[in-house]
Structure formats: C-alpha cells, structure tokens
Design a protein around this ligand. Structure first.
Ligand code: ADP
Ligand code: ZN
Ligand code: ZN
Length: 732
C-alpha cells in the first residue's frame, strides 16, 4: 500500500510519511493537495509531495492522516515548483516554504473557496404564505431574503437585524437556500482603459516594444532616471497583455507609502485591480488570491509575498524599485522576491521587468553579463529637467539643529518664490542620543549595544533596534548631574526649528511616527498636492517613488551618514538613497535643485555620484567589489547565531567552522570568514555572531550548505542557540 509523503510546516528539514486516511481514493490523489494530519499533539495541514511505495518509518509508528482537504491542488503547478525551488535554494524547510506560499486560511486547513461569496437567497418558488402567523421572525427573515434576489451574506443578514440561526428552519421548509457566488469572469473587455495613455517618448516607446515583443521568458533591467516615466512604461506594457486576456503582477516595496502608484493603475484600467496590502483580513486575502488564480483579477499589485500569487493567464511581472531591500525577507524563510520573480518568469515563460532609477549592483552585474537585457530611460519625461546638485561643505559651519545658515537662506528663497521644499534626514525622533554634559555618559539601551533616541512627543527614550522604551532620566546614571543634553538632531527637532524659523509656512513631518495611522500618508500627500508652499521634513519614507510636482528644493542634511558603514553595501545604499531623494526635486515644470550638506565634499564617491550620476558610481563600485572578491562577483551565504550569554553564539559557529574544516565531502573552492561578533553584537538582549561562506561556484556553495546543515540539524548542541542560514544575504 502506498504512503502519503507530506511536507509539513515545521523546523525539521525532512518529509513525513503517513497512512492514507480511511476510504481515501488513492487513484485521484494529486501532489499539491492539502492533507490534515496529527503532528505531535496538534492537528496540522501538510502538502502532499508524492505517494511513496516504501517508507523508513516502522509500521507501528505510522499514523493515518485525518483527511485529504482538496480535490485538486490549490496552488497551480508553477507556484508549487517555485515554492519548492525556493525552499531548496534558501535552505529553508520545504513544508514551511510551501505553507508560506499559501494564504493564511489555507495554511489553517480552511476550504479553498471564496469566503465572502457564501450567500443566501429565497428559493424560486418560496411563498411567504407558507409560514404560519406565529413564525414572525422567520417571515421577517424570508422577506429580507426576497428583497435580495441576487443573494445576501450572513454578515449582511445580521447587519439588517435578521436572525441567521433561523436560516436552517427556512431551508428545512424549502423556502431558502445557500449558494456560492463567484465573481464574473470578464475574459474579454473591449474597453480595458478608463483614460487614454500618454504619448510615449522614443526611449519609453523602445522599452515598451521590447518588453511586449518578448517571446517566452526574458528578464529586463529597466533603468530610468527618476521622473523618466517608468510607470508609464509599466502601464502601456501591461495594456498589451491585458488586451490579450492575460494578467500582470506588480511587486512594490511598500504599498502604504505609495498610494499614488496604486491610484495610477486604478485610474488607467477599467478592470479589476487587486491590491494585496497588509491591512487585508485573512478572508479578503484568500478572496484576492482566488480571484488572481481564477483570472478574475487582471492586475495584481502587492509586496514581497505577492510573488507567490497564482495567476491563471500570466502575462508579465514587474518589480518596481527593484533595488529596494524590502524584497528580501529578513527572517524565517529568507527569500528574495526579486530573484524569485526571475525564477517565476522562467517557470511561466513570461517576461520579467526590474524597474529602478538606481539598480542594485547585483542587477547591474547581471545586465552586464547579459543575463538581463538592459533598457534605459536617460531623459525625464515631458519637459522636466534633471535636478542640479550642490555639495554644501559644512566643515566648521555652525549647525542649528542640523541646518546650516546657507541652507536656511536657500529654503527661505524657495518658499518665498511660492514653491515647496523637501528636507531629508534619516533619523526620526528628537535627538539620536542624550548625553551628560559633566561626565560624558550617554543614555544607552540595556538590551542592545546602541544609544537610545530621545523622543519629545511623547517624551521618552526609545531604542530603534529592539523597540524598548523608558522614561527620560532627570539625573545622570553615572555622576548624578542634572545637566543632561540632547545631542544631534532627528526629524522632530529639525521640525521644531523649521516651525520657529518659518512660522508662516506649514511644516509637514513624514516618518514612522507620523504615518502610523491608516491613510495618514494619503492625507499628507493630499495636503502637499494642493500645491501651497510648505516644508516637508522626513526620513526615507519620502524617497519612495512619490511625485511632488511643486517641490523645487531638496535638502539632504546628513548625506555622509552611510559612507563609512561596516557593511560593504553602505556606499551603494547611500548612493541609492541620495538619488532617490534627489529625484523628488523639480519633477514637473519647475527646475529642481538638490543641496547636500556634507563633511566630505571632496569624497570621490560623493563627487562622482553628483557630477557623473548613478551609473558612473555603480561602475566604480562594481569593479571595486570584483577586485575585493565581494558579491556579486562571488556567491555568499551567512550563518547567524544568537544566544543569551556572551560568547555562546560564537562558540557554536566556531564548532561549525571546525566541522567545515573536517568535512571530507567538502566541495572545492569554498572560503569562510569568521566567526565574528555581529556588527551590533548585543541586540534585544541576545549576543550575536556570524560566519560567512563564499564561493565562485554556486553549486559548490549549495552542496556545502546542505552538508553542513544536515550535520547541525542532528547536533543537540545546536539547540542551545538560535541559528539560521541566509543565502544571498543583503545586510552583512
Ligand atoms: P518614474 O516612475 O520614472 O519616476 P513617472 O512614471 O512617475 O516616472 O513619470 C513622471 C511624470 O512624467 C509623471 O507625472 C508622468 O505622468 C509624466 N510622464 C510620463 N511619461 C510621459 C510622457 N510620455 N509624456 C508626458 N508626460 C509623461
Ligand atoms: Zn554624568
Ligand atoms: Zn535596544
């Protein structure tokens, strides 16, 4: 008798065998269906990988599965393959990888059907006179059903004051029935557009025609300077696929921050646009997933996890702001949705477009190697001109809460000419630290190797690494002095100064603290779009893809902050951020200017970035990485470990390193670095360390990871620390 071999969401990197449930028809079982099984003391939902003829589990240990939950696999074959591939590639337990590819309700074993479309209606020949006078509440309910011939949900019945427990009585009397309402399949729509598309310029036209002429799979790197009209390229390429009855999947870094992008899609297409954002309930998420799977939703916009959204007629995939690190999941299943998109395009045989003004060095490398086809938009769309840069050398200049006098004068000038000013400062809170003026003590986090940030509203100290908070002390912990001073400036403090300097203009702060409430970002955008002169001050939230036509001056207060970071990608991130922020200037008919305050006005990277642009910078950066044997010229994986006591994590990784050294099956050409304490060794009370493996040979690296993980998994010592492996890590 065959056994069910299942992938089960658990930390164990293996499959599990079960006996088929009673009365199960094995002939109809397809891989990919969900199976409910007993697991430890729980019941859990697994996914059938195969029917196995033999098993290593002793027969008396083998348990029967409880039930097969699906007639057909909920995931189409390509998603099944993609999730399996990803589990393998990222060295993540297969059961968990498959589970994460499903909507939460399906992970929990709920039926794979629309949740909101379970409706009630009166039967065709229902007659109210069949109910006796005594059944007043049943009469009311039946009347309500009769008022809704197209069906009404239980929720709506309750909202109307109807008594849902009585539905069963009506069903027994054949007066009411329930049915599944499926959204309409609008396979063909002669008028897929609400509004006429813009006339493309030559560069845009070239990009759209290349993408839409693709046969099968190909990856494009669409590198377009900010304001070059990349979104218009997406829209018109998507139109092509829509007219063929196909669907488009668009991944964006963060939906709440870019309501405008979603609005542009909805304004353009007269078709169901489904947005998978974090505020959806589990029910809404399942419904959206089903609509995508059944081809009802034609355009699907979502963040990272949307890469696993099934499509009935896949046409094209876009990754907007492909350089953004939010596409990489930083815990658990550490996949990179951008890289999975390329894999998915290959599986589905459709084009994949990676769009950005500032490509990741990895993507640039792939484009240079010919793996991606390079499409460039070098000019801004319409009549907009590129912004002019000014490096403002602030060495020896006094700073007033982060602002130098020459900058204050320029801000004044722009406001007086009636335009808007955007000020970028990558630190929220009032001041990054609080210091004792008498002894130099600094308020630190008790759980991290980090300073605590002083916040004014509400007044408290806050650690931005572990989120712990405490009251602001009145006296120094070290010497008892009362002379405690905030040091440096965060957005709250600079906001206060700007309000004092320019009382006649609104100052609008945009950071995590001011945008927490639902639709807060939308309200801020609406205010800015009214066009009155104002000052926007904020963190990188302001950098993400917004369009501010009235902003003529962009000021970057601490342009140097990422230059000397321990992470070799610090320079790349700084450059991307500077150009993204700068790109908010002068996007319409107003010329824009970007002022960068810096202590390193002659730093070669900064000067090449502002005089020659991102591509020149990126070329230099890439050749340095190749010279230093760093990614992307080499493949990389990282073991991380953390433990409650100092040294514990490092000892564990040291043992791992010794295992590596002794591994007789070790493939050629693997180097390892470390273990070393992590850049911030103590974080949230945990002591952390890391060990890096590198190779020019991706296969060898994966072979090595696989060997070593098998050994660690069977080592009881490993359970004393929390460890993880990160393939292609983005922060090191
Ligand atoms: P990007 O995404 O590259 O930063 P957008 O797609 O947001 O750029 O376009 C910037 C602005 O230029 C938008 O206001 C857009 O409507 C406008 N635009 C784009 N393409 C064209 C075009 N071909 N003709 C005129 N305006 C255009
Ligand atoms: Zn002191
Ligand atoms: Zn902390």
């Amino acid at each position: 008798m065959p056994y069910l071999r299942l992938a089960i969401p658990s930390p164990l990197r293996r499959l599990f065998d079960y006996l088929p449930p009673q009365g199960c028809d094995l002939a109809t079982l397809q891989p990919g269906v969900r199976v409910k099984v007993p697991f430890g003391r729980r019941e859990i939902t697994g996914v059938l990988i195969e029917l196995a003829e033999t098993t290593e589990v002793p027969l008396n240990k083998l348990k029967p599965a409880i039930a097969v939950l699906d007639d057909a696999p909920p995931m189409p074959d390509t998603i099944f393959k993609l999730a399996r591939w990803a589990g393998n590639y990222y060295q993540h337990p297969l059961g968990d990888a498959l589970s994460q590819a499903l909507p939460v309700l399906l992970r929990k074993g709920e039926p794979c059907e629309y949740t909101h479309q379970h409706l009630w209606r009166a039967t065709a020949d229902a007659d109210i006179s069949q109910l006796g006078k005594t059944a007043a509440r049943q009469r009311e309910l039946l009347l309500l059903l009769m008022e809704h011939p197209n069906g009404i949900s239980e929720g709506a019945i309750r909202a109307e004051g109807g008594q849902t427990p009585l539905l069963k009585k009506l069903v027994d009397k054949m007066l009411a029935e329930s049915f599944i309402h499926k959204p309409n399949h609008t396979e063909h729509n002669d008028q897929p557009l609400h509004e006429a598309p813009l006339t493309l310029n030559d560069e845009q036209h070239h990009a759209v025609s290349k993408i839409t002429a693709t046969e099968g799979f190909k990856t494009y790197l669409l590198q377009g300077v900010t304001g070059s009209g990349k979104t218009e390229v997406y829209l018109q390429a998507i139109e092509h696929y829509i007219r063929q009855g196909k669907q488009a999947l668009i991944l964006v870094p963060e939906i709440g921050l870019t309501p405008q992008t979603v609005a542009r899609f909805k304004a353009r297409f007269n078709l169901p646009v489904v947005v998978l954002h974090s505020n959806l309930t589990d029910n809404q998420r399942l419904d959206a997933w089903l609509q995508a799977r059944e081809g009802v939703a034609r355009i699907i916009i979502g963040t990272r996890s949307a890469i696993f959204t099934p499509l009935r007629n896949p046409g094209v995939i876009f990754i907007d702001e492909e350089h953004d690190t939010s596409f990489k999941q930083q815990e658990g299943f550490r996949y990179n949705a951008r890289d999975l998109a390329v894999m998915r395009g290959h599986l589905e045989q459709i084009p994949v477009v990676l769009g950005t003004a500032t490509p990741a060095i990895e993507s640039l490398y792939n484009a240079k190697q010919g793996r991606y086809q390079w499409l460039k938009l070098n000019k801004r769309a319409g009549d907009a001109l590129p912004p002019k840069f000014e490096l403002l050398d602030i060495r020896q200049l006094p700073l007033q809460d982060g602002l130098s006098q020459p900058l204050i004068q320029q801000i004044k000038g722009h406001l007086q000419q009636g335009t808007q000013v955007l000020i970028f400062l990558n630190r929220r809170g009032f001041a990054p630290t609080m210091m004792c003026h008498d002894c130099g003590w600094i308020a630190g986090c008790h759980r991290c190797d980090a300073h605590m940030t002083l916040h004014r509203k509400p007044y408290h100290l806050h650690c931005h690494h572990c989120d712990s908070q405490r009251p602001v002390p009145n006296v120094c912990d070290n010497c008892g002095s009362h002379d405690l001073k905030p040091v440096g400036a965060g957005t709250e403090r600079t906001e206060e100064l700007l309000q004092a300097l320019f009382p006649e203009f609104p100052v609008i702060r945009v950071d995590r603290d001011t945008t927490q409430r639902k639709n807060a970002m939308q309200h801020i955008m609406d205010r800015v779009h009214q066009g009155f002169p104002c000052i926007l001050i904020g963190t990188q939230m302001l950098a993400k893809g917004h369009h501010f036509p009235k902003v003529t001056l962009v000021a970057i207060l601490n342009a140097d902050s990422g230059l000397f970071s321990a992470d070799f990608r610090g320079m790349e991130r700084t450059a991307q951020l500077i150009l993204q922020v700068a790109g908010r200037a002068g996007r319409a008919d107003h010329p824009g200017k970007v002022v960068m305050q810096t202590h390193h006005a002659d730093h070669p990277t900064i000067t090449s970035l502002v005089t020659e642009g991102y591509e020149a910078f990126a070329e230099q950066e890439l050749s340095q990485r190749i010279g230093a044997h760093l990614p992307p010229s080499i493949y990389c994986a990282m073991f991380r470990a953390e433990a409650n006591h100092p040294g514990q994590a490092e000892r564990f990784l040291n043992n791992l390193r010794n295992l590596l050294a002794e591994d007789i099956l070790q493939p050629q050409g693997i180097q390892w670095l470390g273990p070393l304490p992590s850049p911030m060794e103590k974080r949230a009370g945990q002591f952390r360390a890391q060990l890096v493996l590198q190779s020019h040979d991706r296969k060898a690296l994966h072979q090595q990871l696989h060997n070593i993980i098998c050994q660690v998994d069977s080592d009881p010592e490993a359970r004393k620390v929390r460890w993880s492996v990160d393939v292609d890590p983005v922060d090191m």
